[in-house]
Write a protein of this length. Structure first.
Length: 91
């Protein structure tokens, strides 16, 4: 499970395509793909920009009216699902 101190890396063989606020991720090596809704897409964009979980959580807290506990749970769950599907590497 990721933590606030985790670093997120996107493998070279993962493609990202955004359309109308939603996104599709594809791992070319495994053939697995993953759809993201608008908020998941925003999380992905921030993870790819910052590469660390803590600044992503802080940015999302400023953008959305949500409790920190709920947001961190949702963010960690997304990262965990992405990692399970080979779409990110967590260190």
């Amino acid at each position: 499970m990721p933590t606030l101190d985790s670093t997120i890396q996107i493998p070279q063989d993962v493609l990202f395509h955004e359309l109308a606020g939603e996104a599709v991720l594809l791992n070319l090596e495994t053939g697995k793909y993953f759809g993201l809704d608008e908020i998941g897409t925003r999380m992905w964009m921030l993870l790819s920009e910052h590469g660390r979980v803590e600044p992503v959580l802080r940015a999302l807290l400023e953008e959305y009216d949500v409790e920190e506990a709920q947001l961190s749970h949702d963010l960690f769950e997304l990262i965990d699902r992405l990692a399970t599907n080979g779409l990110v590497q967590v260190t």
